[in-house]
Design a protein. Structure first.
Length: 211
């Protein structure tokens, strides 16, 4: 399978790595500081392209979808975005609107969109934490409703015993190498499990070719 990791700094690999979008053509830094690296270690038969861009909102992701995702003709795109929208006070409704548009754009291009929940943010206010919860609840339901691959990174990256804290992180916002490994392996397992479901192969075909 050929995939694109699409999103903000968590996809790019900050702080240890700059993605090929940020530092063309191959990226720069510690290649282990990106979940794409660990996905391919888990599944050597997969090709995962890193198309992350630090600081990006979901509306900006949508504007570059054709350039950085559709042009690569992947089977699947991992959509991870929304935290920067919330930081800029866009609010959950705005994030949900843009994520829904990203999923729809992928469907139109015959690309499976995998939903990924937002990570915890250490020290977030109660209001901000509730916004993350609202967006994540929608992502989980949208994936269930659309039979999409889904990975609940909020659960996977929550520090045990410390509600709302990000585990495997040096700054409480971005994963460290251990965190990126945890994310990559979780994504590989979730997508691999989805592949085994009846009808998954048909989801990878353009709409006009599906029965």
């Amino acid at each position: 399978m050929r995939m694109v990791g699409f999103g903000d700094s968590i996809t790019a690999g900050f702080p240890g790595f700059r993605s090929p979008v940020e530092s063309p053509p191959y990226g720069a830094g510690d290649e282990q500081s990106q979940y794409a690296y660990w996905m391919m270690r888990r599944r050597p038969d997969w090709r995962v392209l890193n198309r992350g861009l630090s600081g990006e909102r979901t509306d900006e992701m949508l504007r570059r979808f054709d350039r950085d995702v559709a042009s690569a003709r992947p089977d699947l795109v991992i959509v991870l975005g929304g935290i920067n929208d919330l930081v800029q006070a866009v609010g959950p409704a705005g994030v949900i609107t843009q994520l829904d548009a990203l999923y729809a754009r992928a469907d139109e291009a015959g690309i499976v969109a995998a939903g990924v929940t937002l990570l915890p943010l250490t020290g977030a206010t109660d209001r901000f934490a509730s916004w993350i919860g609202d967006v994540n609840a929608w992502i989980l339901e949208a994936c269930r409703r659309g039979a999409r691959p889904c990975c609940d990174l909020f659960r996977i990256m929550s520090e045990p015993g410390i509600p709302g804290a990000l585990r495997d992180s040096d700054d409480g916002v971005h994963p460290n190498v251990g965190g990126y490994r945890r994310i990559g392996e979780a994504l590989a397992d979730a997508i691999g499990e989805w592949q085994e479901r009846p009808g998954a192969a048909a989801r990878r075909m353009p709409k006009e070719q599906r029965a």
